[in-house]
Design a protein. Structure first.
Lengths: 488, 440
């Protein structure tokens, strides 16, 4: 696209979104140059701030008519560059679409606009004894629309599931600018499950303008335990024992020595001294069940070698236990000038082996790795620490990151558990999927966005051409024509 | 269908010669291909051949050969739900998955199992049960893993565990042109790439053949209790269900059974977990439910009607009514009112707290009356709100005389997008053509 065609769009976009809804000033545009993954930066050609679904549709129609690419952005907290703008395109920011349209407590449903923050939904539902289960760690600021794009999880998705399990309907603007509904809020809408396919498509199939979410009853009881072990191996054994006992905690998180050290320095979380690993186990459900499970988890942790176990006595203590874990990403910033967060997943039972391997790779490369992970579902967040002043260290850190993902793939895992592929990991997709797999996925893209204007350059390393496909066969039946059918 | 006249001259399948011999490319693709017989009919349409591939590579070769020959293909598992939907517009080859019946991997420590599409749910349950685990799917009529996915069939456990797609974490499919593709994987937490498994779920064979699936498993509960409440009227049953859902009892299933307009409405709530905890919750729940019920009791076993309601009927017309759970009272009233106006008295029941009930009209019901029932019900439920519609009425299966009179799927949002998806995956429209919504 030329700058001219973009500039030519400004009057039309101003007509749609108003003067204060279109940003053209280069300095202001720069504030949108990256999402939560600042390693990728690109100033958008234009930013629009629509206030309604109809405005989003009009903006998209204008872009489609002009052949200008467009990217949707919620709060910009994504960690894979999924909302990285196009220099020659329009960035559609949903921050003005923040209405909670309806809470239907009897149906356990809420209808919200895409710019509403994740936590705002739970807060609005709380008076009815309900909450919105997906809880990404950015939940105070991340938007529900972004959650839909990324199929966000969170620490509690081990038990409660991901965004796709809690969204029953979406109003979207298709890449050619049509407003339509995917699903009807029931979970049994007729036709293909385009709703399920759309969630997690990272903004490449259209733009969400309304979301119907399923709300969950706030559990009667919650217990949070912190168990300290000498090594991650001991902690891992405790995790296996818990799952093996048929207990499904709401969350099981682990931190290794280096990440504990960082968290201690950053937020003085006062985790047990000398811990080589801490495990946070949260159990929720009916009182009696949680009581029984808590006793069992304590016993299993002790048997696995826990030298100290704490149980939160009240919500404040629960927050204290979680503080170290929640601050871990930011905290490593204190012990290293720069770091890469990886998001690979391995089958839970392969965790000990993969952790050993990461430790060997780390020693080999001379690059430190702090491990924070969702131990219950095998989702690793290795924090690869390096000095960004050194090009050599940067290269080594990137290579180590790639090697860790290779380990995940080799163990039958995934390159991303919750952060998405975005621009950051699209180059790894061919390591996880074959050409036919990627080609098949992109058939969906071709059905929704044949022109390839909607968040281009994300998820897939090479776009598929969406040329005309052959039509229905005509003429004599091929069996007859080829003489392959013999008639008795 | 090609050469119908010749086929009618043929025998009755098996090894006896029929109208046409199996085309050489199909025989080359798969060792087990035979001419079809009347028992192979798909919703009344008799195919030419039946092929049973041993594995995904035979399935791929078969679909490639079928595509070259321009044959219309209908996938089949055990056929439990093959009568769902419209009869196929064409049906040349039935592709049967029952030989692909291996549990490929049960990673019990990871609570994950990978199974071939032809594995039957009860066989799988037995294999997983040995490790005190289960795939939390209990659709009436069982069937194969592939069939359950393709029809999005669910039972009472849907309240807690959702639909088949909610437990599916990886899939292998063969496209109409024989291309084999995977998506997802064998870890529960995974957002890499588009989720083709969701797209194929409920697609009724129209987008491709499912050959393998990987599921998230759950531990078998240590204890289960059923709290049964008999109610005098539907409005009371709706209150009982709302109370159970607002209570701390944490139901895993809530089922409703209402055999006829003049019958009492029965509700049963299943609780699972630590046995003493379950017992405690059941007792507490009784007290909460009593004000709106004629009688409430704790059962040691599920009631006889559990999973045997209208959804389990294989004949007649069965409607699936999806709605927002808070609308239950209104939905039950509208069903009875629309049915009564049409002179029908259908059995009604299902996963009421999850927003899905079924209604069954008998095979001998007047087709025009059934069609009127469906139309009036859609009209009443569609007028209240929208968009989103908040409710839908899908005819799962019906006698030919009924399906000729009604749109089985009703209004479908985003039908143009669905057609575009179908066109991308199956441009020659050879996969189960005409069976699905909007003529797909």
């Amino acid at each position: 696209m030329t700058e001219q065609s973009l500039a030519g769009l400004v009057p039309r976009l101003t007509e749609i979104c108003g003067h204060d809804g279109v940003i053209t000033d280069p300095m202001e545009l720069r504030t949108y140059e990256s999402d939560g993954l600042a390693a990728y930066r690109c100033s958008p050609g234009l930013v629009v701030l629509p206030s309604t679904a109809e405005e989003v549709a009009s903006v998209v129609r204008a872009c489609a008519a002009a052949g200008v690419p467009f990217v949707a952005r919620g709060s910009g907290t994504g960690l894979s560059g999924g909302a990285l703008p196009s220099a020659d395109g329009v960035l559609i920011v949903t921050s003005r679409m923040r209405a909670i349209i309806e809470i239907d407590p009897a149906s356990r449903r809420a209808v919200v606009e895409p710019g509403v923050t994740n936590l705002a939904v739970s807060k609005a539902a709380q008076p009815y004894g309900l909450f919105y289960a997906p809880d990404p760690s950015s939940q105070q600021i991340c938007s529900v629309g972004g959650n839909v794009a990324e199929n966000s999880g969170g620490a509690h998705c081990l038990k409660h599931g991901f965004t796709v399990h809690h969204v029953t309907g979406l109003e979207i603007v298709t890449p050619d600018g049509e407003l339509t509904w995917l699903g009807d809020g029931t979970g049994t809408a007729p036709g293909y499950d385009l709703l399920g396919a759309f969630i997690g498509s990272e903004g490449t199939l259209g733009i969400v303008t309304k979301v119907v979410v399923r709300l969950t009853r706030i559990p009667q009881a919650v217990t949070t335990l912190l168990a300290a072990f000498e090594t991650t191996g001991h902690g891992g054994a405790a995790v296996s024992a818990i799952i093996g006992a048929g207990i499904l905690p709401a969350a099981i998180e682990m931190m290794d020595a280096l990440s504990i050290e960082a968290a201690e320095e950053a937020v003085s979380c006062r985790y047990p001294e000398g811990a080589g690993a801490v495990l946070i186990v949260e159990l929720d459900g009916p009182d009696a069940d949680v009581r029984a499970e808590t006793a069992a988890v304590r016993r299993l942790c002790e048997q696995a070698g826990a030298f100290e176990i704490r149980e939160a006595a009240d919500p404040a203590e629960r927050v204290a236990i979680w503080t170290g874990r929640r601050s871990a990403f930011a905290a490593v910033g204190r012990i290293s000038p720069a770091y890469i967060v990886q998001d690979g997943v391995v089958p839970r039972t392969a965790l000990p082996e993969v952790l050993d391997r990461i430790s060997a790779l780390s020693a080999q490369a001379g690059i430190r790795v702090a491990n924070v992970f969702h131990a219950g579902d095998g989702n690793l967040h290795p924090l690869v620490l390096f000095d960004d002043a050194s090009a050599e260290q940067r290269a080594a850190a990137e290579e180590l990151s790639g090697a860790i993902l290779d380990e995940c793939i080799a163990h039958g895992g995934s390159i991303t558990g919750e952060h998405g592929v975005g621009v950051d990991k699209s180059r790894y997709m061919p390591r996880m999927f074959g050409a036919d797999d990627l080609d098949t996925m992109q058939l969906l893209r071709c059905a929704f966005d044949p022109a390839g204007l909607c968040n281009p350059g994300k998820v897939f390393p090479t776009p598929r051409m969406c040329g005309e496909v052959p039509g229905v066969r005509r003429g004599p039946h091929p069996l007859v024509a080829s003489g392959q059918a013999e008639i008795f | 269908m090609p050469m119908t006249a010749d086929m009618q001259l043929g025998g009755s399948g098996g090894s006896s010669p029929r109208g046409i011999a199996v085309p050489a490319p199909l025989r080359a693709a798969c060792a087990q291909v035979r001419p079809a017989g009347p028992a192979d009919a798909v919703a009344g349409v008799e195919p030419g051949y039946v092929a049973a591939p041993a594995d995904v590579s035979e399935a791929s070769a078969l679909l490639r050969a079928a595509a070259d020959l321009g044959l219309a293909v209908v996938p089949r598992g055990t056929g439990s739900r093959l009568h769902w939907g419209y009869p196929p517009a064409r049906c040349d080859l039935v592709l049967e998955t029952t030989r692909m019946n291996r549990v490929v991997e049960h990673a019990s420590g990871d609570l994950v199992a990978t199974v071939q599409a032809g594995v039957q749910l009860d066989e799988l349950a037995a294999a997983l049960g040995a490790a005190e685990q289960r795939l939390a799917l209990d659709p009436p009529g069982g069937g194969t893993v592939g069939g359950v996915l393709a029809t999005a069939a669910a039972g009472p456990l849907r309240l807690r565990y959702g639909m088949p797609r909610d437990l599916l974490i990886g899939i292998t499919v063969v496209r109409a042109d024989g291309t084999v593709a995977r998506s997802g994987g064998k870890v529960v937490k995974n957002v890499a790439g588009y989720d083709i498994g969701k797209l194929l779920s409920g697609s009724r064979g129209t987008l491709g053949l499912i050959t393998q699936a990987t599921f998230r498993l759950h531990p078998l509960p240590a204890g289960t209790a059923w709290v049964a409440a008999d109610c005098a009227a539907a409005v009371d049953a709706a209150k009982v269900i709302a109370t159970a859902m607002e209570s701390p009892a944490s139901p895993v299933s809530v089922e409703l059974d209402w055999p006829g307009a003049d019958d009492p409405v029965r509700v049963c709530v299943a609780l699972e977990g630590d046995p003493p905890g379950v017992a405690e919750r059941a007792v507490a729940l009784i007290r909460l439910l009593e004000p709106n019920a004629v009688s409430v009791s704790v059962l040691a076993e599920r009631p006889a009607w559990w999973g045997a309601g209208p959804a389990a009927r294989r004949d007649g017309t069965v409607l699936q009514i999806g709605f927002w759970p808070g609308d239950l009272g209104m939905v039950l009233a509208e069903i009875r009112s629309a049915a009564g106006a049409a002179g029908l008295d259908p059995a009604v029941g299902g996963s009421a707290a999850a927003g899905a009930v079924h209604a069954a009209a008998l095979p001998e019901a007047d087709p025009a009356a059934v069609a009127s029932f469906v139309a009036v019900l859609r009209d009443r439920m569609g007028h209240a709100h929208g968009p989103p519609a908040r409710a839908n009425v899908v005819v799962l299966h019906a006698p030919a005389e009924v399906s000729a009179l009604v749109d089985l799927f009703g209004p479908v949002p985003s039908l143009p997008l669905m057609r575009a998806v179908k066109h991308q995956f199956d441009p020659a429209a050879t996969m189960a053509p005409g069976r699905f919504a909007g003529g797909i």
